[in-house]
Ligand binder design. Structure first.
Ligand SMILES: C[S@@+](CC[C@H](N)C(=O)[O-])C[C@H]1O[C@@H](n2cnc3c(N)ncnc32)[C@H](O)[C@@H]1O
Length: 457
């Protein structure tokens, strides 16, 4: 077993889900080394040695990958957001395919020959693709400051630009950096749980142009503070007329969850609209919506194409959000039952089906678990599910297996929970037909995947 502090010459055989180089010591220990790309060799100091893994730091590079590029963001390596900016885009796509394969084999117990992996679908844009920016607020040297968290920590880096977000979100970020210290709001402190302003969330419909601001506060503001924030919103709207929707979200609980359950309108409508394909979707400022609008269109078109136009039979869609994928599913002419638990999203889902004249959708406002336990469910030919990062739950997976649809389409943003859930489906009589990664998050190590399963018996 190597010792902490030792130096080794290591070669990266891949990258882990955090974007770190994956190296093997000759003693069998796996070492994760930030900033190393597959094929690279370096003298590495073992800064941490645990029983099952180590963490290394490059002291001197010995062989550099031809796919290494100069990162375009000055904060890359410090900010926790991007993990792969030092690799060419084609390498990033290859890495994502590898991450998915690794999760399927290691965590899902699949054999390589049983994984019908397709190439990763590239994002139309690799920079400025994000329609949303969420930055934490802290008191930095006594000043209320927005920024991003350093990797694996809650240390704030006070940045005023991010090359992944829409340029108008960057402009607005600068305004917040200048203006927040002049307001009578105090930054929330996680340790003492004092102060108020926790997060600022900015959204801009990439295709609609509409923008929104959500201020996340620990408690409901006093009426004087409310008035002050209204004036701030009005003045900022005068400079950025497209950012017309402002709201305050109240989030009193400690912890890492960004948004609380109560939202109060501050200025303008408490929602914005985004256009995907021929549809316009309204979303509450707290709702989930894919951050890469153009690549979301590609993903949804691909889901629709894999359903086929001539097939018949109803579709059950679980975890529907505001109904963006729902509309694409319904455009095949089949009846869709859409299930969503976040109340503001399920309200928008109902609205969006009406406003887009989509008539063949019925909405269940509640948890997938509750829908699945509502007695005898009608038959569905197809089940589509797009759960959060934690994946689906054993109850929901068991209910889907009992429903026994001919096909299951599973969309996932987390290869680890996807591999686990696909294993359960395969064990109850489904065969994996295809597994397609979509790059919705260039420069990061996040992987979105569309998996298609068919019933075998
Ligand atoms: C990854 S998003 C997918 C949304 C949608 N398919 C889309 O593409 O925009 C997951 C959604 O599941 C919802 N959700 C989370 N847990 C749920 C549950 N137990 N039952 C139903 N919906 C849930 C979330 O509110 C969120 O809207």
């Amino acid at each position: 077993m190597p010792l902490q502090g030792e130096t080794r010459l290591l070669r990266a055989r891949g990258v882990n889900s955090e974007g770190d180089g994956l190296c093997d010591c000759d003693d069998g220990l796996v070492v994760f080394v930030p900033m190393m790309l597959p094929g690279e060799e370096a003298l590495v100091r073992l800064v941490k040695v645990k029983r099952s893994y180590g963490i290394g730091k490059v002291l001197e590079s010995k062989a550099v990958s031809p796919e290494r590029v100069t990162p375009f963001c000055p904060w890359f390596g410090k900010c926790g957001g991007c993990r792969l900016q030092h690799g060419s885009y084609s390498l990033q796509l290859e890495i994502k395919e590898g991450l998915l394969l690794d999760a399927m084999m290691r965590l899902g117990g699949f054999l390589r020959e049983n994984i019908p992996l397709r190439p990763c679908v590239p994002s139309p844009r690799q920079r400025h693709y994000r329609n949303k920016a969420s930055f934490p607020i802290q008191s930095f040297r006594g000043v209320v400051t927005p920024g991003f968290f350093q990797r694996d920590s809650h240390h704030l880096i006070p940045v005023d630009r991010c090359p992944l977000i829409d340029p108008s979100l960057e402009e607005l970020m600068k305004v917040f950096r200048e203006t927040l210290p002049t307001l009578s709001l105090r930054a929330y402190d996680e340790r003492s749980q004092r102060g108020s302003l926790r997060h600022v969330l900015l959204r801009k419909g990439s295709h609609s142009g509409q923008g929104a601001v959500l201020l996340v506060l620990k408690e409901r503001p006093s009426s004087a503070l409310f008035d002050e924030l209204r004036v701030f919103a009005r003045k900022t709207r005068a400079r950025f007329p497209l950012f017309s929707s402002w709201a305050i979200n109240i989030h009193p609980d400690p912890g890492n969850v960004i948004i609380g359950s109560r939202t109060l309108p501050l200025s303008g409508a408490p929602y914005i609209e985004e256009r995907l394909g021929k549809y316009v979707f309204r979303m509450d400022l707290t709702a989930f919506f894919q951050v890469n609008s153009s690549q979301a269109e590609n993903l949804y078109e691909s889901v629709k194409a894999s359903l086929g136009q001539e097939e018949k039979g109803d579709i059950l869609e679980l975890y529907s959000g505001v109904g963006s994928l729902t509309a694409y599913l319904a455009s095949t002419g089949r009846r869709v039952t859409a299930v969503e638990s976040w109340e503001p999203s399920s309200r928008s889902l109902e609205h969006n089906m009406k406003s887009n004249a989509v008539k063949n959708v019925s909405v269940f406002r509640g948890r997938a678990e509750d829908y699945c336990s509502t007695g005898v469910l009608p038959p569905f030919r197809t089940v589509v599910l797009d759960p959060p990062r934690s994946g689906s739950t054993p109850e929901v997976i068991a209910a889907i297996s009992r429903l026994s649809p001919l096909e299951i389409l599973y969309i996932s943003c987390n290869p680890a929970t996807l591999a686990r859930d696909l294993r359960s489906f395969v064990d109850t009589g489904y065969r994996l037909i295809s597994l397609t990664p979509f790059d919705l998050f260039p420069q990061t190590a996040h992987v979105e995947t569309l998996a298609i399963l068919k019933r075998t018996r």
